[in-house]
Ligand binder design. Structure first.
Ligand SMILES: Cc1ncc(COP(=O)(O)O)c(C=O)c1O
Length: 389
């Protein structure tokens, strides 16, 4: 997830250009007489929607708020249940709590994404929406998830924070469900420091997302912001023009980023493919972002030994296992105790997920890897594997 790797002169120039063009209006709305027709957030939204191949994009302040705005736009209310997966960043579950709904967390399978069988088993008459997460650049089982959602009349919000630009059977991630939520934080495929995007092909969903992210504003064409009415009760999750200007530059680099990652991953796999371990199940290898390689050791202890030997060789991992506590529900006792769900059971829940995640090692694949670096990393990992087996 390396927008930060290809970040510098062009983004800086875009900020300078913004000041040249409109004198430094950083608010995305109003100031019409002063801003000389310059609206970078609006341009970024239009370009993002076009690149993803959908009708509408609403820029917001983060990936976390994109999830919240998406849930609100899909009509999720207090008392509804929203199903998501045990392996995700904690924000997915926080967003469900933020809209007053109850999170229901289901197991993952060998894809490390939502298990569609667990999803169907968990549906109740209160279930309103599902949030599958395309973790670490790999598409979730969207055919099966959409079929279950259709059967039970549920809304689907794809958490595409870690899946920007990926595809599943030719469809861009984030466009398969009713809406998609993206993160543009500093660690993501493209980044604006902080930022997010909600996309949808449905005008009604977009209209609610736009209103909710901006205090309910109805975005009247005939009235100014001060006079127009409110469509609903909202809040402030707006993006600034600085992020819009940077986002446009980063978006123009997305295809290069994906291309490099995919090539680098393929080169690493030429060597790592010989490892005697199981690899993460990929449902659509061509649609992967190519930013992660995940394999499974035989036990938690063996994975721990593997990672400490990797560390000694100067190599790091990506989320598994280094940041597992932020990405696996078994570690979220603080939230379960405070909000009273899974309060007595969380330490025993999601055994299937634990069995997979605790044995997993995830390697980052970067955009700017030279062939020498790829060769070096691959060789060192094979050496570690020799010692551990
Ligand atoms: C799967 C997932 N969802 C949501 C988020 C939240 O995004 P942000 O950091 O932009 O709030 C993240 C960020 O790491 C994420 O990985």
């Amino acid at each position: 997830m390396p927008g930060f790797e290809v970040f510098g002169k062009e983004e800086q120039q875009a900020i300078n250009d913004l000041f040249e063009a409109n004198g430094g209006i950083l608010f995305a709305h109003g100031f019409d007489a002063m801003r000389k027709g310059v609206y970078r957030v609006r341009e970024f939204e239009a370009a993002f929607a076009k690149r993803m191949g959908t009708g509408y994009a609403q820029a917001v302040s983060s990936g976390s708020t994109a999830l919240k705005v998406g849930l609100k736009a899909l009509g999720v209310h207090k008392g509804d249940e929203v199903i998501t997966q045990s392996f995700t960043f904690v924000a997915t579950v926080e967003a469900i709590l933020e809209v007053g709904a109850t999170p229901v967390i289901v197991d993952i399978d060998e894809t490390l994404n939502m298990c569609p069988v667990s999803l169907e088993k968990t549906i109740t008459e209160k279930t309103r929406a599902v949030i599958p997460v395309h973790m670490m650049g790999s598409p979730a089982a969207m055919d099966e998830i959409m079929a279950v959602a259709k059967k039970y009349n549920l809304s689907v919000l794809e958490d595409t924070a870690q899946g920007c630009g990926g595809t599943y059977k030719g469809k861009t991630l984030g466009t398969i469900g009713h809406a998609g939520a993206f993160s543009l934080d500093a660690g993501k495929t493209i980044q604006t420091g902080e930022g997010g995007m909600v996309i949808t092909s449905r005008e009604d969903i977009y209209t609610r997302a736009r209103a909710y992210h901006d205090h309910g504003h109805e975005y009247s064409k005939s009235m100014g912001r001060g006079e127009e009415g409110a469509l609903l009760t909202g809040f402030n999750y707006r993006m600034t023009e600085l992020q819009g200007a940077i986002g446009l530059v980063q978006l123009s680099k997305l295809d290069m980023i994906l291309d490099n990652q995919r090539k680098n991953k393929a080169k690493m796999m030429q060597g790592l493919g010989q490892l005697p371990f199981g690899f993460r199940k990929e449902l659509d290898p061509a649609g992967e972002l190519g930013d992660t390689i995940v394999f499974f050791l035989d036990s938690k202890e063996q994975a721990g030994e593997f990672v400490s030997k990797m560390k000694a060789a100067g190599l790091g991992t990506k989320n598994l296992p280094d940041a597992i506590r932020w990405h696996f529900a078994r570690h979220w006792g603080h939230m379960f105790m405070e909000h009273g769900f899974y309060a007595d059971t969380w330490q025993q829940e999601w055994q299937k997920s634990a069995d997979l995640l605790e044995r997993a090692v995830a390697l980052p694949v970067m955009v700017n890897m030279t062939d020498e670096r790829i060769e070096e990393v691959t060789r060192k990992i094979l050496e570690v594997a020799e010692k551990v087996k």
